[in-house]
Design a binder for this molecule. Sequence first.
Ligand code: ANZ
Length: 849
Amino acid sequence: EGGYDAFAIQEKWQARWAEADPFRAGGDDDTRPRKYVLGMFPYPSGDLHMGHAENYAYVDVVARFWRHRGYNVLNPIGWDSFGLPAENAAIQRGADPREWTYANIEQHKKSFREYGSSYDWSRILHTSDPEYYRWNQWLFQLLYERGLAYRKESPVNWCPNDQTVLANEQVVDGHCERCGAEVVKKKLTQWYFKITDYADRLLDDLNQLEGFWPQKVIRMQRNWIGRSIGADIDFEIEGREGRVTVFSTRPDTLHGATFMVVAPDSDLASELAAGSSAEVRLRFQDYLENVQRETDIERQSSDRPKTGVFLDRFAINPVNGERLPIWAADYVLADYGHGAVMAVPAHDQRDLDFARAFDLPVRVVVDTTAPITGALPVIELDDEGVPIDPGADQDSLDTIDPAKTGIALTGDGRMINSGSLDGLSKRNAIARIIDQLRAAGTGRAAKSYRLRDWLISRQRFWGTPIPMIHTADGRIVPVPEDQLPLTLPDVKGLDLTPKGTSPLGGAADWMATVDPETGEPALRDADTMDTFVDSSWYFLRFLAAEDPTQAFPSREADKWAPVDSYIGGVEHAILHLLYARFITKVLFDEGLIGFTEPFSSLINQGMVLLGGSKMSKSKGNLVEFASSMIDPGADAVRTAIVFAGPVEDDINWEDVSTTGAQKFLARAWRVAKDVASEPDVIWAEGDVALRRVTHRLLADAPGLIEQNKFNVVVARLMELVNATRKTIDSGAGPADPAVREAAEATAMIIDLFAPHTAEELWEILGYDGFVGLVPWRSADSTLLVEETVTSVVQIDGKVRATLTVPARIDAAQLEKLAREDERIVRSLAGREITRAVVRPPKVVSFSTH
Ligand code: ANZ
């Protein structure tokens, strides 16, 4: 007979799985507890690469693990199949984006089958199927009815290369995330989802994910939402009706405001300039044109020289009636807070830089040298017993005068120069001033967020058509439900090349519709939805992927979801996860689901690198998934990847040894063969040392898997296979029942990483049925008790104590126990140990001279 033949084994078991479909999730009659395991679904651009191989290897470890633990596991797969790459490929090749997309999906499916992923193949979905996007349209209309979908004209991020609008999240350092072109601002009327209504909940609910999601992702979400707490303060403007409101996180410093700054690109700035002299208007226009060419990143950079234009207008400070000159300056952004700030140069660095550049007054209102603890200040005395008054010393005053040092005093302290606030700490002063402003009707507590509403319109073809109708008399109404899905027109005859208007607009027949109320001619909406809408709820569609009557059944949703283990790349740490969390909360509010967070736990795997950089097509360092399996086989690839390191670390493809993994699998196979070749098992007592190794692994592996220490389990399994081989070669041979026990445990645990090999081992060992469905063997607790030995401790050659210690103790632990033993401490009587010789586990020998 031949050796371990990875390919024969792989083909054999793939055929059997395809026939028996053993990994389909159980239905209502299945009484086992449920687990929903999900890998982030792939985008069908080209073939899969090693990043996917890594992701889906981990997904399968987790899914298979829970099946062995007695759970009814749902592990589905689908495709995020709308989006720009398909459309761009279609433009380049003159092909139909549909054909390109579905051909790639077929290739992916083949690769996943070859990989041995244990999916429930009955629940496949593709977001570009009308059966799927029909429910995107339903979702859109649901948000519209709840007042969460609206249109507005605003400056949007525009990619001049892709000729499309980008969400803030898709702009990386001022460049298009996809093509790298520099993003510009353009005014357009677009559809938005009002995610800002959910800002507080999106932020607060992160607390419940603490410990279950990577800390880094939680932090990134918090920063993205960016909640600031403070006050809105209203200022009168001379010669103008109505007040101007500013948002400040430091309302306590209101008495230190010495000017006001408005964003040059705000409506307010234009209005104030328009009411000023011709000269100011000209200077302002000039400045505005420059500012419009800048990115937000540049505007917020702290090391650029401050620029601005005095508008020759004045605001009135509501607490003291002072006249504050109003400036337009680019460091204030139009779309944060109210697009205007009260400038407090003594206590805000940006304001101070500006004040110093334009010679504006600086007034300190917080004494940051004063103690804030409430304890009495310590008064320092000089040699003659006279109190040293730091204020009397001109030099020391200068060192804290921000106008001189250029350093704003941002710390806490006691209020000064602030009327009734004087003497208060920052916290108390904030509370007091908010009370005063509220009483006077000139301010109130307020919050501000970095999070913006979600811009979902795209001027592209390959996406979900927006299910709205524009009537002749200017109303915008939903496409009636019985007309959904509103499917895409045939692409033939449409010009997909980006022009800044949606290609659908060119499909005259498709665009023409009727006003559902009046029957008059009307137009469809030519835009399509951001594909992040598609992926914001797909985990729910898997619960009834074939159901034509509803997006998902609420009852099933509450049984399976939230997803127990969501596994994917950290590149989705903000966008996708935030949108999915938002939509989940909307569906909860609509009463359709009973949970508010979509993913109970999240695993982000590291990246697969080649030559130290991320694998990518453009770098030409892509190892394709399908070809990676050609030589060593699927099981070796999977095992090698999982063994390569902790799940969250990046791995270098050069360091991933598929050859090593293949040898390990062959060793495991050989052990099973040896066991099976033994005709009559002689029931000896069994090698206890081997039994301990087996049972320790059975006991430890579940905890290790639950802590995502997958690589450690592979290492321990390698140990077990080696220990088994040793017993076969040196002990009672393969007839030892401890050997069979080890071989069976190996087959079950190796299933997590190398499922084809596992099934083969199981069959070799004489079993019918799939090892993938076998319950976890429980560990025999009597074999887990640590073996102990007696250790002697000598001082200067005389035995002074004996210790009972674990047989596997290491030198450092043993020496520590010996030094701490009270008999030893007593015998030493304070003498110093000059030398220690430690021979674990039996002897420790101390010398004192
Ligand atoms: C007065 C003040 C005094 C401020 C002080 C800070 C320190 P975060 O924490 O990022 O929310 N601000 C408000 N709107 C702005 C805009 N549109 N563009 C640029 N800056 C703006 O920052 C809030 C603070 O940033 C606000 O508090 C305001 O300056 C400024 F000692 O008001 B502060």
